[in-house]
Each structure stands twice: as structure tokens, then as C-alpha cells.
Design a protein around this ligand. Structure first.
Ligand SMILES: Nc1ncnc2c1ncn2[C@@H]1O[C@H](COP(=O)(O)OP(=O)(O)OP(=O)(O)O)[C@@H](O)[C@H]1O
Length: 584
């Protein structure tokens, strides 16, 4: 009784519980492929049934030959049956392989698309705790591991167990003692399961963590090659890569040692059992209790038993790898998601060109575990106004824009958009009301036209040129080889910073959004171009503009100027910002 309780306790341990939770998650995400999985499993079971029938037919054939049972016709019949069954098994196995390859690729793609979409919908602030290289590694390697397990270890477990139990059932019919011998390794495997699974999970976690560290390091290095070269850091970065690779090697080699030891031990148990069965079969033949045909049947079944047992044992590492990967994906998916509450209300206002007023009342915000960045902010921006926010570096200008975009949630107060009889709290649902140009470069790879049409896919060519003209980008785009069709490298690598800024402004102007948020977007422009760009923006019909700047030269175009300082927003008297403007 106490042994059973001990076994139960071991099976209910935290490690196995985690494994079960993660496996359930994988199963839940495989739900939509259940028909394909079921078809795959059924084909596999049919193949097992054919193999067993083939073994039983071999027994009949051997007995017909050795003991001359049923004459020549029976030998011929049994021989043809054996050949037909063997041929069918080969064809069926080929079908199963083709089917599984197709499903694996499809499941991998769909699961990756699903997880990628979920990552994009995750609350931005929470997602910040992960390095982008780590996220990349989760989307690629971890999703591949999980996708592989959908048609990998889960159906394989069913098939291998079926093969094991079916072989055992046939043995049970012919010799119950041999069936008991075949089950001898089960208690050893059960007792070892929890510590083995625990250790394997911890190795797997370490491997995935150091793998992520390597991807993150590589990604960051490739993004910053000019800075690395400029600071003569090539050798230092090579050394850093060597250190990460060394950690990867050490973890990998320790895991390998452990895997080889456990797999050799468990395979030895399986082999011992299969030789025990074989010995017992030989003994029974010697005693004259079984015939030659049954002995051959036992030989085949013993090989099925040992191969299914060893396949079951080898499923453990892949199951654990998939569960660790599932946990890594789950830990991102468990973060809060962006909530979209009736986005169609804001979309209608934008579609109908309703003038919108933005009102902030007592708005407050602090990043997790940090001192407040914004305290008791009050502000009202009327439709078609252009206002500026100035303030020292780190005073919270970008943070305010992130709040307006619904990327961050206020920790106090409110931000509301009113117009057309609606009053909408600023949130991810009202993001369509804003066109944002951030401080840093956000040009994607593709042609100039593709970059612009990201925000308005059906925009006609004239609209693209009009937006480029307003952003003072028309001349340089006309000068590019191919003009609008000129391919741009990632992060606008083939353009200057100022050209990238103007392209990003043109893209924001092209968007349907009525409120432009410009976060120090003219910092790389000369004073004259900057002035012209902002004059053009101020003249755009139906656009409101909130800009942040460190350059007083642009303030003359604004109706009001606010200063963010010590987390508070203060309206600057005109005399003061005009003085700032004149001094420049
Ligand atoms: N993701 C973040 N997590 C934690 N703190 C942050 C984060 N982003 C910014 N901060 C902090 O919030 C404060 C305001 O930063 P913010 O980027 O809004 O300033 P800013 O006025 O736009 O600065 P700059 O003029 O230099 O662009 C800073 O103290 C900064 O360290």
C-alpha cells in the first residue's frame, strides 16, 4: 500500500504537474488539427495492426511448413498472406511519412502565425522585460519545438503505447508468464520518472536560456555594427561571443552526458526484459509447451516490445523539450493583453472626419517600480491646433505620447477624446485616431511606395506624392533610382537620418488619423527644411498636431507651448517661449 502511495506521490510531484499543464496547453493549441492528428494516429494504428497480422501469419506459415499442417495449399495461402501484409505495411508506412511531413509544416506555420499575432497583441510595457533576441528565439525555436510535438511525441506516444500494449496482448493470449516478464521494466521506469524528468527539464531550460542569450547577443551586435567598428570593439565582441558560446557548449555537453547515461540505463532495462522474454520462449520450446511458429511469433513480438519501449524512452527528451518550449511561449502569452473595446467607434469618427478634442485630466503615470514620470497633467487640445511640448531630456515627453497611443495605461487620471457625440477613453481602441512619428528610425525594408502604403494600402500615387511634398521629401525621392519603386534597406539603411525622418513624417501625413504625434522628428533636419515641414503640417486641413522638441526654432508655429518639468506640465506664457525662440 505504501509503495502505491509513494508512486502516486512521485507522479503528482510539481515537475510532472508542470509537464501536464504544458502538455495540456500544447493539446489545446492542437485542437484545430485534431482531425489530421486522428487520421495520422489511425493510419499508424492500421500499420501496427498489419505488422501484428503479418507476425501471426508468419506463425501459421512456419507451423504449416514444419508440421505439414493443411498441406501445400495452406503453405501457399499463408505465404501469399505474409507477402501481401508485408507489402501493405510498406505502402502504409510511406503514406504515414508523407502525411506527417505535410501536417508538420502546416501546423508549424499556423502555430507560428498564431503565437506571433499573440505576441504583437501583448501589452507593450510588459513585453519590454524581454530582449527582442529572446522573443525571436521563442517565436522561432520554441514554436518549432512545440509544432513538432503536435505530430511528434503526442501521437507517437499513442502509437508506441498501442504497439506495446497490442504486442503484450498477443503475448498474453499465448503465454501470460511472458507478458509479466515483458512488464518488468515498468516499475523501474516509473520510480525514475520524476527525478529524471525534473533534471531533464532543468537542463532543457538552461539550454533554451543560453540559446536565447546567444540570439539576443547576435541580434544586438548585427544591429550595431557601425558603433562596434567606430569604437574599435570588434575584438571585444568576438570575445563576448566566445564566452556565450562556451556557456552554450558547457551546458550542451553536460546535458548530453546526462542524456546518454539515462538513455543507456533505460535502454539496458528494455533490452534485459526483451532477452528475458526470449529466454523464456526458448525454455518453453525446449519443454515442448509451444511450437516453432509460436517461438517465431515471440521473437517478432519481443522485438516489437523492445523497439516500442525504446521509442517510448526516446520520446521523453523530445516531450520535455516541447514542454519547456511551451512554458517559454506561455510565459509571454500569460502577460496582460491589449484590450480592444469597441474599436469601431473610434474608427467611425476617423472615417467620417469628425473633429476631435483631446482632454487630459489629472493624468498620472509611473513605469513599474519607478518614481512617477507624469503627475496631475491637465491639457486640452482643440481640433486643428498645433501645440508643442518642451522639456529636458528624460522629462516624459515620449512617455506622454505612449500613453496617448494606448501603449501604456495611465496609473491615474484620464485621457479622453471627444467629438461627434462620443467621449472615448484613450486606449488601444482609439489608436487609429493618432499618427505617430517616433524619435528613432522606423523605416521598414521594401520600396518607398510600400513603406508609405503600410498605413493606407490603397493610397493612389498622387496621394503618396502629396504626402512626400508636405514632408519636403518629394525632391529626394524623385532623385532615387526608381523613385517610389526604389527599394529601401532595413531601418532606412540606404538613406540619411534626415531623409528617413521626412519619409516617416510623409507616412504619418498619409495615414487617415486626425491627430499627429511628432516626437522630436525634425532633429536631423536643417533649420530651413524643418521650418518648411512644420509650416506644411500646420496648413494640412483637418489635422491636429502635438509635437515635442528640443528646438525652440519650431515654436513660432505653435498656438501654445507647454513645458514638462519635474513630472508636471506647465503652460509657458507666450513671452517666455517667444524669448526662447528669439534666442535661437
Ligand atoms: N520603458 C521604460 N521603462 C522604465 N522607465 C522608462 C522607460 N522609458 C522611459 N523611462 C523613464 O521615463 C522617464 C521619461 O522618459 P521619456 O523617454 O518619456 O523622456 P523624454 O522627455 O522623451 O526624453 P528625451 O527628450 O531624452 O527623448 C525617464 O526617466 C526614463 O528613464
Amino acid at each position: 500500500m505504501s509503495l502505491i502511495r509513494k508512486l502516486r506521490d512521485r507522479l503528482q510531484g510539481a515537475t510532472l504537474h508542470d509537464l501536464w499543464v504544458e502538455t495540456r496547453w500544447v493539446l489545446h493549441h492542437s485542437k484545430r488539427y485534431r482531425r489530421s492528428i486522428a487520421a495520422y494516429v489511425l493510419l499508424g494504428i492500421a500499420s501496427i495492426a498489419l505488422s501484428l497480422l503479418s507476425s501471426l501469419s508468419s506463425r501459421e506459415l512456419i507451423n504449416a511448413i514444419v508440421y505439414l499442417q493443411g498441406g501445400g495449399r495452406r503453405v501457399l495461402f499463408c505465404g501469399v498472406t505474409v507477402v501481401l501484409l508485408a507489402g501493405s505495411t510498406i505502402v502504409l508506412n510511406a503514406l504515414v511519412s508523407r502525411f506527417s511531413a505535410k501536417i508538420n509544416l502546416r501546423v508549424g506555420n499556423e502555430l507560428r502565425a498564431e503565437v506571433f499575432g499573440m505576441f504583437l497583441n501583448t501589452d507593450w510595457e510588459s513585453l519590454q522585460q524581454f530582449h527582442s533576441g529572446d522573443l525571436l528565439s521563442r517565436i522561432n525555436t520554441d514554436v518549432s519545438n512545440v509544432a513538432g510535438s503536435v505530430l511528434g511525441w503526442i501521437p507517437s506516444l499513442i502509437l508506441r503505447l498501442t504497439q506495446f500494449l497490442a504486442s503484450l496482448a498477443v503475448i498474453l493470449v499465448y503465454d501470460p508468464t511472458m507478458a509479466v516478464l515483458a512488464l518488468l521494466s515498468a516499475p523501474v521506469t516509473l520510480l525514475l520518472s520524476r527525478p529524471l524528468v525534473g533534471k531533464m527539464r532543468s537542463f532543457n531550460r538552461d539550454m533554451r536560456a543560453v540559446g536565447s542569450e546567444m540570439t539576443a547577443f547576435q541580434e544586438e551586435t548585427l544591429q550595431n555594427i557601425p558603433a562596434i567598428k567606430a569604437f574599435h570593439l570588434v575584438d571585444a565582441f568576438r570575445e563576448r561571443l566566445d564566452r556565450v558560446q562556451e556557456r552554450y557548449y558547457d551546458t550542451g555537453i553536460a546535458f548530453q552526458r546526462f542524456s546518454i547515461l539515462t538513455s543507456s540505463f533505460l535502454s539496458s532495462c528494455g533490452m534485459l526484459v526483451s532477452y528475458l522474454c526470449l529466454g523464456w520462449g526458448a525454455y518453453r520450446l525446449w519443454q515442448g509447451r509451444i511450437d516453432f511458429g509460436t517461438m517465431v511469433l515471440f521473437l517478432q513480438l519481443a522485438s516489437y516490445l523492445s523497439s516500442s519501449l525504446s521509442a517510448l524512452i526516446h520520446l521523453v527528451p523530445s516531450a520535455i523539450e516541447a514542454s519547456v518550449s511551451a512554458r517559454r511561449i506561455m510565459s509571454v502569452l500569460e502577460l496582460p493583453r491589449e484590450r480592444l473595446d469597441h474599436p469601431e467607434r473610434a474608427q467611425r469618427l476617423v472615417r467620417e472626419g469628425v473633429p476631435l478634442t483631446l482632454s487630459l485630466q489629472g493624468l498620472e503615470f509611473s513605469y513599474q517600480g519607478r518614481a512617477p514620470v507624469l503627475k496631475q497633467l491637465d491639457l486640452q487640445v482643440q481640433p486643428h491646433e498645433m501645440i508643442a511640448i518642451v522639456g529636458p531630456s528624460g522629462s516624459g515627453k515620449t512617455t506622454l505620447f505612449r500613453l496617448l497611443l494606448g501603449l501604456l495605461r495611465p496609473t491615474g487620471g484620464s485621457a479622453v477624446l471627444t467629438g461627434g457625440g462620443e467621449a472615448l477613453d484613450v486606449s488601444p481602441s482609439t489608436r487609429c485616431c493618432f499618427a505617430y512619428v517616433p524619435q528613432d528610425n522606423v523605416i521598414f525594408s521594401g520600396t518607398v511606395a510600400e513603406t508609405l502604403r503600410l498605413v493606407r494600402p490603397n493610397a493612389p500615387e498622387e496621394a503618396l506624392w502629396a504626402a512626400l511634398r508636405a514632408a519636403c521629401a518629394e525632391d529626394f525621392v524623385r532623385g532615387l533610382p526608381g523613385g517610389l519603386d526604389c527599394p529601401l534597406r532595413e531601418r532606412g539603411g540606404s538613406l540619411s537620418e534626415g531623409q528617413n525622418q521626412r519619409l516617416a513624417i510623409a507616412r504619418a501625413i498619409l495615414a487617415d488619423a486626425p491627430i499627429l504625434l511628432l516626437d522630436e522628428v525634425t532633429s536631423a533636419l536643417d533649420l530651413e527644411t524643418e521650418q518648411r515641414v512644420l509650416e506644411n503640417i500646420a496648413a494640412l486641413p483637418g489635422k491636429t498636431c502635438i509635437l515635442s522638441t528640443h528646438r525652440p526654432s519650431v515654436l513660432s508655429l505653435c498656438s501654445r507651448v507647454y513645458r514638462l518639468h519635474n513630472a508636471a506640465l506647465e503652460l509657458l506664457p507666450e513671452s517666455e517661449w517667444r524669448r526662447l525662440y528669439r534666442n535661437n
